[in-house]
Design a protein around this ligand. Structure first.
Ligand code: NDP
Length: 280
């Protein structure tokens, strides 16, 4: 038996996947009607939901919702797997909170949207006690392939956020670039295939970035900071001239400006890492 608390799109998809894989599932949700149509046992109270299983999976908007639901309940010997997103700091606090109440705490970050939960492409970053995650791996693998990233629960959350850092910025960049195109009177569809090609090839540049980050040295033989920074400047100017919001390219341009100011002008673009890695 598995208990799952939280029946937003993600929680519902998890229940469907777990049932399809043959697991018995007990659910509880603040808004009871969200359990309608799910082939699961609906617990009338949180207490009943907790009593049903050792493994308690949470799929909630954030960690505050966990306290709203579980505060005051008996958590002794429960294995709480929180698949809600929040900050690594909040995750560490939650791990201590749960452990102080006799529970084992695991944090996970689900890396796919609801429609891909419990499919072959789904994966989830997990941080927490390795033996517990191993014990429940067959169940957790149903939701998404288990990617264990360390004993600190906050690491599961951090890997999730790092991936979302790339994802959100990349998606915003596509929208910004499309706005530039449309501001010139060209339909978005004409630019679309080129944007797709760009997204498909951008990972090519990551090998060089990783190598330079690892060696702490950024030889600028090809694309150096002055050249790339000039391009970032051109995009910012074009944004302003087109009446398109310049905040996104300006943020990138400011990184190049700071890299030049700190002597990286002739280094590779990867030397922006030396600028972004510390908050001045
Ligand atoms: P939603 O925010 O739609 O719903 C999550 C659940 O949280 C709902 O069942 C809601 O209950 C419950 N909830 C929120 N606040 C409280 C509270 N204070 N007390 C009790 N219950 C509460 O989330 P999703 O299902 O979309 O996502 C779940 C988590 O997964 C989120 O942390 C999200 O960031 C993450 N995620 C989402 C993805 C997606 O594509 N949706 C992809 C990857 C990760 P009620 O029904 O009563 O409102």
């Amino acid at each position: 038996m598995i208990t799952l608390i939280g029946l937003g799109p993600m929680g519902q998809a998890m229940v469907r996947g777990l049932r399809k894989a043959g697991h018995e599932v007990t659910v509880w949700n603040r808004t009871a009607s969200r359990a309608e149509g799910l082939d699961a046992t609906v617990a009338p109270t949180v207490k009943d939901a907790l009593a049903a299983s050792e493994l308690v999976i949470l799929s909630l908007t954030d960690y505050k919702a966990m306290y709203d639901i579980l505060d005051g309940e008996t958590l002794q010997d429960k294995v709480i797997v929180n698949l809600s997103s929040d900050t690594p700091g909040k995750t560490r606090e939650a791990a201590k909170w749960a452990t102080d109440r006799g529970a084992t705490f695991v944090a996970g970050g689900v890396m796919v949207p609801a429609e891909q939960v419990a499919t072959d492409v789904a994966y989830v970053f997990y941080g927490g006690p390795e033996d517990v995650i191993k014990k429940y791996e067959p169940v957790l693998n149903v939701i998404g392939s288990v990617k264990y990233v360390g004993a600190d629960p906050a690491l599961g959350q951090l890997f999730y956020q790092a991936q979302l850092d790339i994802f959100l910025t990349a998606l915003a960049s596509y929208l910004h670039a499309t706005a530039l195109i449309e501001a010139a009177g060209v339909p978005a569809a004409e630019f679309f295939p080129y944007a797709v090609e760009n997204f498909n090839t951008v990972s090519y540049f990551l090998d060089e970035a990783l190598k330079n980050i690892q060696q702490g040295n950024h030889p600028g033989d090809a694309a150096n900071v002055i050249m790339m920074g000039a391009t970032a400047d051109h995009i910012t100017i074009t944004s302003n001239e087109s009446g398109v919001d310049p905040v996104l390219p300006y943020a990138v341009k400011s990184l190049y400006d700071r890299a030049i100011a700190t002597g990286h002008g002739r280094d590779s673009w990867t030397s922006l890492y030396e600028v972004v890695k510390s908050r001045k």
